[in-house]
Design a protein around this ligand. Structure first.
Ligand code: EPU
Length: 426
């Protein structure tokens, strides 16, 4: 296993280019199962999770070829319609093959993902929605065994809570259903908009993109896709917070600032100077030379999009650990997403947890010290990297395979910004 070593306390300066979004790449790959043929996906990030998803697709019989950031998937001939536990347990998003396999073949058997570090994460909305479309779902031996004779039949489906992959799964199921399906209280994360654009390009008829009501008029067949993956808004936010926490200034390029409305407002509240173009965001201090500057404490509450993203909660908390006062972080999406707190304590952070709330007492810009810490999940790990970059001295972050699930070329990108960071064998 590898660990990440960071010699902290060096301000980051310069430019960093953002990769394609992990959480768009995965549903877009799944959507290629809907139409036999050769699909082209551009701006495909090379991550542990995208590689796992390609393995899952290959296991189904899909042929894949990667050239640079272009992934070609040939879904002409599939071998079977089963996603095995060995693959699903390493990546929950594997459940995204359920909808498209059912739509094309009328059957699918997918392992239940089980719990994960950030919470129980059930898939009851996915199953309820498929049943509303006429699918029979049996839960046996840890698998969802789903089937339907004939096409699915359009219906109205209401989500109790907007679910990102739930919305994606049902969208993919409904595009080939007979009649009209309406998804109400649907999630409206930008990754879903990316999927809607891809499906529309394949011949699907969908109304309500980027809203919480998606109306899908089923069509009888779809054609292969040629589609580009949107920039990763969580990677964008992570670098903006990292640059701010280090006391530096820089520009994040090849991104879409309009996908980060809530974070950019929070960063302005912190006292940072944020400037945007259509594809870049720059972050810095109003007086870059001012050694007395402070990070203002700002509360956050995670919410479905366009609210503050849960996937940027841990990173913002690392920034708040360096702030001048006290703030409250309220995590409303996942029940166990404060795993980074105990590790941040090891670096000198003062944070108290009470249920869904964390009270952060900022220690000031020089308040953290390097320490050996352990990565527990993807976003918790990136918060430790941010803390390590801002802390004085050396930090060692073990179990960095979590980071590799979602951050392409992290070490190279940080090094180009001036960080002293490298990998070593544990
Ligand atoms: N929920 C249910 N039942 C369901 C589905 C969801 O109760 O059937 C609950 C969840 O437990 C949670 C809430 O609904 O409390 C929202 O969960 P959602 O379904 O939206 O999460 P997800 O689709 O499993 C995606 C991202 C996550 C991100 C969440 C929230 C992908 C592949 N994953 O997960 O990304 O945190 O949406 O925005 O898109 C990450 O990238 O690090 C990550 C965890």
């Amino acid at each position: 296993m590898e660990k990440l070593i960071i010699e902290g306390g060096r301000p980051l300066y310069g430019e960093v280019r953002i990769s394609g979004a992990k959480n768009a790449a995965l549903p877009l790959m799944a959507a290629t199962l809907l139409a036999p043929g050769k699909h082209i996906l551009r701006n495909m990030p090379d991550l542990r999770d995208t590689r796992t998803f390609v393995r899952l697709m290959e296991n189904l019989g899909v042929k894949s070829e990667r050239t640079g950031d272009v992934l070609l998937l040939d879904t002409t001939n599939l071998l079977h319609t089963e996603a095995p536990y060995e693959l699903v347990k390493t990546m929950r998003a594997s459940v995204l093959v359920l909808g498209p396999l059912l739509a094309r073949f009328g059957k699918a058997k997918v392992s239940l993902p089980g719990g994960c570090a950030i919470g129980a994460r059930p898939i009851n909305f996915h199953i309820m929605g498929l049943e509303r479309l006429g699918v029979t779902c049996k839960l046996e031996g840890g698998y969802v065994d789903a089937s339907i004779d004939g096409p699915m039949l359009g219906n109205v489906i209401y989500f109790d809570i907007p679910s990102v992959t739930g919305t994606e799964n049902l969208l993919m199921a409904a595009v080939l259903a007979e009649g009209t399906t309406v998804l109400k209280n649907a999630a409206r994360e930008p990754e879903i908009g990316n999927l809607v654009d891809m499906l529309t390009g394949m011949g699907a008829r969908i109304e309500g993109k980027d809203t919480d009501k998606l109306t899908i008029h089923g069509v009888s067949r779809l054609i292969p896709a040629d589609c580009s993956i949107i920039p990763d808004r969580i990677e964008t936010g992570t670098y903006l917070i990292a640059i701010a926490a280090s006391g530096g200034a820089g520009t994040v390029t090849n991104c879409n600032p309009s996908h980060l409305p809530s974070l950019l407002e929070k960063l302005r509240g912190v006292g940072l100077k944020i400037t945007e173009t259509e594809t870049t965001v720059s972050v810095g201090w109003f007086d870059q030379e001012d050694k007395q500057r402070v990070i203002e404490s700002v509360d956050i509450k995670t919410m479905p999009y366009p609210g503050y993203p849960t996937d940027l909660q841990a990173q913002f908390m690392a920034l708040m650990a360096l702030s001048s006062d006290t703030c409250v972080v309220n995590e409303t999406i996942f029940e166990n997403r404060f795993m980074h707190v105990a590790e941040l304590h090891r670096m000198g952070a003062k944070i108290r947890i009470d249920g869904h709330f964390a009270v952060v007492t900022g220690q000031g810009l020089d308040g953290l010290n390097g320490a050996p810490v352990m990565a527990t999940d993807l976003r918790a790990s990136s918060s430790l990297v941010i803390a390590g970059l801002a802390a004085s001295g050396r930090s060692e972050i073990s179990r960095i395979y979590h980071l590799e699930r979602g951050y392409e070329n992290l070490v190279d990108k940080l090094t180009r910004l001036g960080a002293k960071v490298w990998k070593e064998q544990e």
